[in-house]
Ligand binder design. Sequence first.
Ligand code: SF4
Length: 281
Amino acid sequence: MRQLDINGIKAAVKDSLAQLGTNIDPKVEQAILQAQKEETTELARDILTTLLDNYYIGRRDCLPICQDTGTAVFMVELGEDICFQDGSLTDALQEAVREVWQEQYYRNSILRDPLFDRTNTKDNTPAIIHTELVKGDKLTIKIALKGGGAENMSALKMLKPSDGKQGIREFVLETIIKAGGNPCPPVIVGIGVGGNFETCAILAKKALFREFGSPHPATEWAELEAELLQAINETGVGPQGLGGRTTALSVQIETAPCHLASLPVAVNLNCHAHRHCKISF
Ligand code: SF4
């Protein structure tokens, strides 16, 4: 068994959380810069320029790039041959969130109960933690600060197998058009296809955790990603929903085997404030 010190893990997670709120993924920034050069209307170009200025100021002054510093979401790949010294991983992740939100003055966005007790937990916990057991003695923690506006416009549909590729395309476009400016476009579109009702939603989230802009390893799925990106950008929703050709920066699909009677599809949207990173031990 490999032993990992929980205090070192917590310190690394805290450091990543502190960086994520104020620094945009350089690949996303590059994609927005490119989109700004290619936009055809002045309004769309101005919006993208404002986003770039905002990233610059956030980086320079160590300020959050958005007032919604989000829900902390962790995707943990936990090697079966690891044991933790000096505490539990779950506690370490929750404590890291609690401490960083206070130290960085991030906005506390988590409520105790969705309906009857909408009082704030005042430390942004509980964070959402997805854990997958994997073979070996490595630990990978993928981290995201997920904004509520984009999450709200996400959707899931249990298609019929006969709906096929066209059905997926129609559902994705319907979701994007219905979302309009609410998810703060340009968006990153995570799509889950397959599994069952609950795994499909997690697949869509997992797709957002993939390296920004990286294509699906299978050619037919990578081609569908490219086709959907083009179709989404032809909708004209544009930056902040005010028109233009830059509605999405990337479409990323994750797939899983499914029941012969099903074709589940989930669309998880992320805004331009794409705050994701990965740490490994
Ligand atoms: S959707 Fe994203 S950019 Fe818009 S308010 Fe929420 S976190 Fe900020």
